[in-house]
Design a protein around this ligand. Structure first.
Ligand code: NAP
Ligand code: ZN
Length: 352
């Protein structure tokens, strides 16, 4: 079916209203009428050509909540009328060890992104959530908990960013065993970072925000942080040496890792979530002292995404969403780049 969307015609070009074709349902597919779509900084990197590709025109969007309006003949878990979410993935091989473990995000044969990836069956390039409808195989749908399932409520809009920002931060927090008695630092309090502060606090950790300015301090403390440090200030790390068991780094801009690594406790880990365009320079001595680790983490698998959104519903956690009509997408992109978003833009898909 032909549907309305917003698409980037080429690298660095403004998104414009356009149309795209959704495939006919395969036996295990559902058709979803999209109600809300979040704007992730990864969408902006992709549109700007920061991660070069040849798949323009392209419709981004991998934080999606909507309602199922049609199901394929073999769909077993979902029915018409169910409220579902789609995150960064729409397919994977389902057979490799990673997929078997529920780590579809690390599929050994390459998971299929919600946009900008070749479909595993017909090779067409996937198109994301800045659109009125999407088709997805049922194995990649997330059931939206009751607390967020009134599609017309602000809670539903504000839960939408959890499908990327939520799982991308929940997964490393869980993997590195965050809980009471742990000191956790969140670097960069944007879309990912502000959700990370809320989730880490709900897990019982003592949370510190490391933000480049003092501008968001009041918010950081409201989200659950007990401390807030501006990394733009000279010597910011001096009093934090050896403090953190875990640092979650959501900044994509290049940064010197040395002062951050110095704040790690013995056996501590800094996890990179943002993707700086250039390699970082690290002295082995920054890791050897204190047996520190530097790690990375990419989104999360489908079972863990379900676990994350159920956890957030139980703890009353959503993103701080600023809902916009689709015609303001380009303006929103500029504001995200300028760190002028509090804290995630969510597109009202009824305006597409
Ligand atoms: P965002 O909303 O723009 O937040 C990024 C934050 O980083 C900003 O709010 C700002 O926080 C800080 N920052 C930005 N530019 C900076 C600079 N030049 N120097 C220092 N700090 C700076 O972006 P997001 O949507 O949270 O995404 C963050 C990164 O994670 C992006 O690169 C995105 O592509 C990536 N990502 C990775 C995954 C994954 O699976 N690993 C998933 C989703 C997104 P302060 O103002 O608080 O300093
Ligand atoms: Zn994302």
């Amino acid at each position: 079916m032909d549907i309305a969307c917003y698409a980037a015609p080429g690298a660095g070009e403004a998104l414009t209203k356009s149309t795209l074709t959704r495939r006919d349902l395969r036996a295990n597919d559902c058709l979803i009428k999209i109600r809300w779509a979040g704007i992730c900084h990864s969408d902006i990197h992709t549109v700007n050509g920061d991660w070069p590709h040849d798949n323009f025109p392209l419709t981004p969007g991998h934080e999606i909540i909507g309602e199922i309006t049609e199901v394929g003949s073999d769909v077993a878990k979902f029915s018409v009328g169910d409220i579902v979410g789609i995150g960064c993935l729409v397919d994977s091989c389902q057979e490799c060890e990673a997929c078997q473990d529920g780590d579809e995000n690390y599929c050994e044969n390459g998971a299929t992104g919600t946009y900008n990836a070749p479909d595993r069956i017909d090779g067409t390039i996937t198109q994301g959530g800045y659109s009125t409808h999407i088709v997805c195989r049922e194995e990649f749908l997330i059931r939206i908990p009751e607390a967020f399932s009134d599609l017309e409520s602000h809670e539903a809009a504000a839960a939408t960013p959890l499908l990327c920002a939520g799982i991308t931060t929940y997964s490393p927090l869980k993997h590195w065993g965050v809980g009471p008695g742990m000191n956790v630092a969140i670097v960069g309090m944007g879309g990912l970072g502000h959700v990370a502060v809320k989730i880490a606090s709900a897990m019982g950790a003592d949370v510190t925000v490391l933000s480049h300015s003092k501008a968001k301090e009041e918010d950081g403390r409201k989200f659950g942080a007990s401390d807030y440090i501006a990394t733009g200030e000279e010597g910011w790390h001096e009093n934090l040496k050896g403090k953190f068991n875990l640092i979650i780094n959501t900044v994509s801009a290049p940064m010197d890792p040395a002062p951050f690594l110095s704040t790690l406790h013995r056996n501590g880990t800094m996890v990179m979530l943002g993707l700086p365009p250039k390699p970082m320079e690290i002295g082995a001595n920054q890791l050897i002292g204190g047996r520190r680790s530097l790690a990375g983490s990419a989104i999360g698998g489908i079972p863990e995404t379900q676990e994350m959104i159920d956890f957030c519903a139980e703890h009353g956690i959503t993103a701080e969403a600023e809902v916009i009509p689709a015609e303001q997408i380009n303006e929103a992109y500029e504001r995200v780049i300028d760190s002028d978003v509090r804290y995630r833009f969510v597109i009202d898909a009824n305006t597409i």
